[in-house]
Design a protein around this ligand. Structure first.
Ligand code: GLY
Length: 295
């Protein structure tokens, strides 16, 4: 099987000053993941690596750089899934974990559960030896929080903000994996959990059809289980591009939702679609010497 990876850095109205760093970020993430695949890394290793890189990049709403909730704190959601066994791990509303995607993988590999939340997820992280950071806040988000706090404005429109990150990869053995990570939406109430960590909504991977990572308006994405919808379209024989397009059409037509998806089908073909002003995205297929990107 020819190896491939696609990553996104969120579907939203990416402002001019963030376009260049976003493009650079997704390109580097795709390049690192492809290098991992070409060194015979698994699809799971590749998506974890891609998302870790984006979590550490302060230009994205995931890990360091995440938006703040109404209490001025960072609360993180993330999930990872692999398509051979349908094994999955997820965490929600965790605080002060630098790379939530790795914690999600630890839940998958070192617990009997799929989703751990809040205090329990943080406790699990400590048991697993994760460092608990004092803060993941960046100045841009602290300033945004101050503005929102002054206005007491709960959320902004999703077309305005939504830098969730995600990755999908297929390795040489045909295994597919998907991963998604986010700080969620600005000024969300403490305990609000979005689509990113929900299997079938923010991501899905099944070797029999393909893999998906979604981004955008979490409340809408959850209602139609967007990533599973993409997989159902793939199962009906649509290719990756068409399945991506049809699922975003459904998101818009059924509930007026905004967002985007990245897809790799079981044959290694890549697709993407979004109905927001922009989506930061990059992909690399075996044989390409550098990633293709868009913002
Ligand atoms: N799609 C990210 C969120 O709603 O939390």
């Amino acid at each position: 099987m020819k190896r491939a990876v696609i990553v996104h850095g969120g579907a939203w109205k990416i402002p001019k000053e963030l376009q260049k760093p976003s493009r650079k970020g997704v390109k580097e993430s795709a390049r690192l993941a492809m290098k991992c695949l070409m060194n015979n890394g698994s699809a799971l290793d590749a998506v974890e690596l891609a998302v870790r890189y984006l979590e550490d990049n302060p230009h994205f709403d995931a890990g360091t750089g995440s938006v703040l909730n109404a209490e001025g704190e960072v609360e993180l959601d993330a999930a990872i899934m692999e398509g051979k066994t349908l094994n999955a791990g997820a965490i929600a509303a965790v605080r002060n974990i630098k790379n939530p995607i790795s914690l999600a993988r630890s839940v998958m590999e070192n617990s009997n559960y799929v989703l751990l939340v809040g205090r329990g997820a943080n406790k699990f992280a400590t048991h697993q030896g994760y460092e608990i950071f004092t803060s993941l806040k960046v100045r841009r988000e602290t300033e945004r929080w101050k503005r929102l706090h002054k206005e007491y404005k709960e959320t902004m429109k999703f077309s305005e903000i939504g830098g969730t990150v995600g990755a999908v990869a297929i390795d040489a053995t045909g295994n597919i994996a998907a991963a998604t990570s986010t700080g969620g939406v600005p000024f969300k109430p403490p305990g609000r959990v979005g689509d990113s960590c929900l299997i079938g909504s923010g991501l899905y991977a099944d070797n029999e059809v393909g893999g998906v990572s979604a981004t955008g308006d979490g409340e809408s994405i959850m209602k139609i289980a967007l990533s599973k919808v993409v997989c159902e379209y793939l199962g009906k024989g649509l290719n990756a591009e068409k399945a991506a397009q049809e699922s975003v059409k459904l998101l818009e037509n059924r509930i007026d939702g905004r967002g985007g998806v990245i897809v790799i089908d079981k044959g290694g073909d890549i697709g993407l679609s979004y109905n927001t002003p922009k989506m930061a995205c990059a992909y690399m297929k075996e044989g390409m010497d550098k990633p293709e990107s868009q913002v």
